[in-house]
Design a protein. Sequence first.
Length: 180
Amino acid sequence: MICPFCGHDNIPGMDRCQECIHPLRDLDVPQPTEGLQKHIMQDAVKLLNLAHPVNVQVDDSVARTIELMKQHRVGCALVLEDEQLVGIFTERDVLFKLAGIEQDLDRLTMQQVMIPDPAKLKAEDIIATALHKMSVGGFRHLPVVTDDGTPLGLISIKDILGYMYQKVLYRQPDEMAQVL
């Protein structure tokens, strides 16, 4: 592989140029230039329609949180402490942690049932990062936070699929062949 910086002819498969020690590892990785792949690999999460999350405090009751989720017709709530994200509570938690237990949900707090330190995204992260985290973790929702951990919004897999659909829907017919 020819080093694009110094012109040295390296042995194929080298991680660094033998002459100038410049990294070569990612030079042969194809980069997206068009179509849906480009949007997934280059568009930032902030381009998605960030939903305003239902926020609750760590000492709020489970009953109150479930009622808020029902009222707002959402599948999760972010758990905050001093305006910082410390946990997440999802409809799956209702099913797997609470269904069938005989406990007063007014006395049970979010601190006791939330998923602590949830996976999160920054607004600048690319959509591919969101898809990767969702796939690996089995998540349907991810909070988007600032550098200091303050929630900006929430994205769901539906938001990503809607964005991808929009990018495909508004293409010209000749561009569709490249996407598919």
